[in-house]
Design a protein around this ligand. Sequence first.
Ligand code: SAM
Length: 282
Amino acid sequence: MQTQEQRREAEGPVVHLVGAGPGDPELLTLRAVRALAQADVIVHDRLVSDAVLKVAPDHVMRISVGKAPGKHSYSQSDINALLVHLARQGKKRIVRLKGGDPFVFGRACEEIEALEAAGIAWMATPGVTAAQGCAASARVPLTHRGLARSLRFVTGHCRADEPLDLDWAGLADPQTTIVFYMGHAAAPELSRKLIEHGLSPSTPVLCVSQGTMPGERRLFTRLNRLPRDLAEAGLPSPILIMIGEAIGWRASPHATDGRFDEAMPRAGEPALDERGEPGRAR
Ligand SMILES: C[S@@+](CC[C@H](N)C(=O)[O-])C[C@H]1O[C@@H](n2cnc3c(N)ncnc32)[C@H](O)[C@@H]1O
């Protein structure tokens, strides 16, 4: 019996919106690996890691549509037009590879609307979003019975010179974990606003730079120290900022030095025990 995917592909070109995860190729889904293996062409963002791109066979054409200094960069409408063009050109399996999950701050809907307007079929394959990848790599929970009963993914990106228009009162809930995507530049504002709206200045914060990739670095700090510590740390992008009591579940014995790197193991290293020493996982 044919799968829905096979039926669609028998009828014509299909654009596969595929989540590449946060960087480590081991976090790809089996379906993503299959899509990469069978692709005619891969259209990918700058955030997609080289290690993930290597999963596809060498002969598969790769088109980078990410913004990189000194290179031609594609606007969103250029990308929409490119996908439609590739399908009309006769490419059968077009993989649109996006960092993390395509439906989490991935602008997938704009591409889908362009494909549907052109009568081109599409399918979605989820990916591990940065929040999940970074939390697992740092071995911190996003929710916790007693510490965090809800989890919010929030964009920290706003237009130049405009303040962040967010539900600060709703976000400043001590039982919520907030994950800020694209929040690096807005860190001073989000720290100030959350404290103004009642969140404790000592709320734990974890910043993960290049999460799940070989260059991963982490900074543990507190909400009131976030702007200063993040500026001093000079971490390379992409950076994810996670705020909440659940984030500090493991780190509390070390929370004074402002350097999570020293307090927590990196991916692949032994976990810390209750005294904060490498040893058995709690
Ligand atoms: C445009 S959003 C795309 C999010 C993506 N669709 C996802 O589900 O993870 C880009 C932001 O995601 C976060 N991000 C993505 N990959 C990351 C990684 N490997 N480490 C840390 N942050 C990451 C950063 O905040 C970055 O600015």
